[in-house]
Design a binder for this molecule. Structure first.
Ligand code: HEM
Length: 243
């Protein structure tokens, strides 16, 4: 096995990813606890009671949820401003760039290969090769788009709710904000379950999981899973050596 490592993630992006993960789980736990409406109880009420008793009162629970939400959004604003050219723009370029025919083929073939295996790929009339992907595969890119756009919607609707007592005196707007906030969180969580399975549980992607701590991946993993990115890295290395 080729054990040479290549750089995949910068320290700051690793930090932002885990900071984001912590905030997401905290906000989800406290947010679910804030649902006191009997018709909307996803957890039969026990979670809400647990959260309220943990934080002392429903008011404190709401306050803590709002503070963490504001810190989460604020930290991303700072990252957006100071890291725009170096980190944010390249990331957005990656996740919004698609090659429709290659990416569609990847989605179909990869799903069959992961769920039914190579044997079924052949049985269903496909060749065993999986189309090459760039820094992120199309599944990762689609989830990233959902989490970025979802994050923006969640922050905006959250701010509307936060400001509802001070600035916004329009019940209809606030009620729409509550509904959209709730539905958007549900959509991102749907994608997040697949993301966590692919990133942390699937043995195929284990090197990518470790790269979210170390920042590096083995060359053979990069070549096998992200060939287009691997080729770019190698071309850049060759150019740097010959310069
Ligand atoms: C236990 C929770 C989580 C685990 C284990 C996890 C794991 C990972 C790993 C290993 C990567 C790097 C993939 C690569 O280098 O190819 C990654 C990237 C990423 N993560 Fe997470 N993550 C978690 C939570 C989250 C949350 C809560 C969000 C946002 C809602 C998120 C959004 C992203 C995005 C946008 C990327 C870049 C694109 C992608 O790989 O999908 N992650 N994550």
């Amino acid at each position: 096995m080729n054990s040479k490592m290549i750089k995949r993630h910068a320290k700051i992006t690793i930090f932002m990813h885990w900071f984001n993960t912590f905030c997401w789980f905290f906000l989800l736990a406290t947010g679910l606890g804030l649902i006191r409406n009997d018709d909307l109880q996803l957890t039969g009420g026990w979670w809400s009671n647990l959260m309220v008793s943990l934080f002392g009162s429903a008011e404190t629970l709401l306050l803590v949820h709002e503070i963490v939400g504001l810190v989460w959004a604020g930290a991303f604003m700072v990252f957006l401003v100071f890291g725009f050219r170096k980190y944010v723009l390249p990331f957005l370029r990656q996740i919004f760039t698609y090659s429709p025919s290659r990416d569609l083929k990847w989605l179909i073939k990869k799903n069959i290969q992961m769920t039914l295996g190579y044997k079924w790929l052949k049985r269903l009339g496909f060749t065993p090769d999986i189309p090459e992907q760039g820094f992120y595969n199309v599944g990762q890119k689609l989830f990233a788009v959902v989490s970025v756009l979802g994050g923006i919607v969640i922050v905006v609707t959250g701010l509307i709710m936060f400001l509802s007592n001070i600035l916004i005196d329009n019940t209809a707007i606030v009620q729409w904000a509550i509904l959209i906030h709730f539905v958007t969180v549900g959509l991102v969580i749907g994608g997040l379950l697949i993301h966590i399975y692919m990133a942390a549980i699937s043995p195929d992607e284990r090197p990518a999981f470790f790269s979210m701590f170390t920042g590096t991946v083995p060359e053979d993993y990069a070549e096998h899973h992200h060939k287009l990115w691997y080729d770019e890295v190698k071309t850049a290395e060759r150019k740097a050596h010959s310069a």
